[in-house]
Ligand binder design. Sequence first.
Ligand SMILES: Nc1nc2c(ncn2[C@@H]2O[C@H](COP(=O)(O)OP(=O)(O)OP(=O)(O)O)[C@@H](O)[C@H]2O)c(=O)[nH]1
Ligand SMILES: [Mg+2]
Length: 449
Amino acid sequence: MNPITSLGELIKQAISKFMSAPGVDKNVVEELIRGIQRALLVSDVNVELVMKLSEKIRERALTEKVPPGISKKDQMIKIVYEELVALLGEKPQKIAIDKSKQYVIMVVGIQGHGKTTTVAKLANYLKKLGYSVGVVCADTFRTGAYEQLKQLLEGKNIPVYGLPGEKDAVAIALKGVEYISKEQKCNVILIDTAGRHKDQQSLMLEMKALEEKIKPNEIMLVLDGTIGQQAGVHAEAFHKATPIGSIIVTKMDTSAKGGGALSAVAATGAKIKFIGTGEGLEDIEVFNPQGFIGRLLGIGDIEGLLERIRIAELEFSEERLKSFTSGTFTLEDFVRQLKEMRKLGPLKKILSKLPLPGIPNIPEEELDKVETQIDKWSAIILSMTPEERRNPHIIDSSRIRRIARGSGVTERDVKNLLQQYNLSKRMMKAMKRTPWKLPKHIPAKELEG
Ligand SMILES: Nc1nc2c(ncn2[C@@H]2O[C@H](COP(=O)(O)OP(=O)(O)OP(=O)(O)O)[C@@H](O)[C@H]2O)c(=O)[nH]1
Ligand SMILES: [Mg+2]
């Protein structure tokens, strides 16, 4: 069974059951957790990790407040999503290759894990991204390795170098790099290496020799996803022999153990860059934990949902809400709020997505200025006395002068801050009169800078 679908299907089942429950109580949450546990255990994810994750979900479900305007269900989806992403490591790895420089990638791994196939897939993938790519076959152990590579890349206009009969892998690699870069004028060079040797130690020695002589810019380790949690052990062993820069987990399409391989490798702290999802040349995917989990959960617009909750959390923290409505919205609240909003993206985009009734439109240039001024304003506020912060209306021109001097800004800067603060305060009052609702859906795209 396809592990991405099987793990995904099981998680989706658990979630859709959860979504169809009439309300959310402890039992419903427990059932959701059990469903997710089952899905992960079937996918060979380490039991201890599964238990830790369940505990985390349970704890957050019970303690985190639900911001107004958001359903408990949406909040639970967010919690499950975040905890699963944390299990696999947060960020996708970027392909950052300078097109004007030579970049050598050496692909290593155990026999049959998918090195040669992956080299071909990767060459094809990088070529599509616009790189000029060539491939070197430095596998002297497997008969027909060079032929295999040539066949995989047939018709792709990607040069393949090999020296059938030559027994010295280092010699082939050196000549190959020279040929691909000088004669073929390619800047990205992928080197396929042997997986089989008379023993593991001689394999590691050859990898070391290749690494020393070729000095690749990146060593990629290919790991077979069907080995489940064993993947973590192999990743660690290779890490010790040669500095592994990135990992590709292959055969994610064939075994139920894929989830185990991913979590085991992630647990070693190694960076998974791609996953292989089939035997074909196109079956390679950039490994992006967030996208991967998003698809597993089967929620079409997980990003939209997350943004909606983040904004709601930001705006409606209970304390903040109280200070808004009781009129004790202080200068410190103001700057803190701006800082937090800025974390979400460009201020003007956020504000333009919030329907604020009865509030004059703030010109775009003003908002641009606001963005650049937040740090300055923090400094200004630090120069104020606690009383001034609480009661800004007492700040007269002599106080303005003192504050400006103290924070190393102009008097205009101080006045400007006070003006913006007053404007914000008016916004809060207007909101109180016309309680506003968050839009149901803010497309994540529009929040991106
Ligand atoms: N289903 C599936 N099969 C894969 C994937 N990657 C590789 N394979 C298959 O796994 C087998 C071994 O792949 P190779 O690329 O030859 O493995 P290798 O690591 O180069 O093997 P040696 O050179 O013998 O060490 C082949 O039949 C590939 O088609 C994948 O992502 N999914
Ligand atoms: Mg091979």
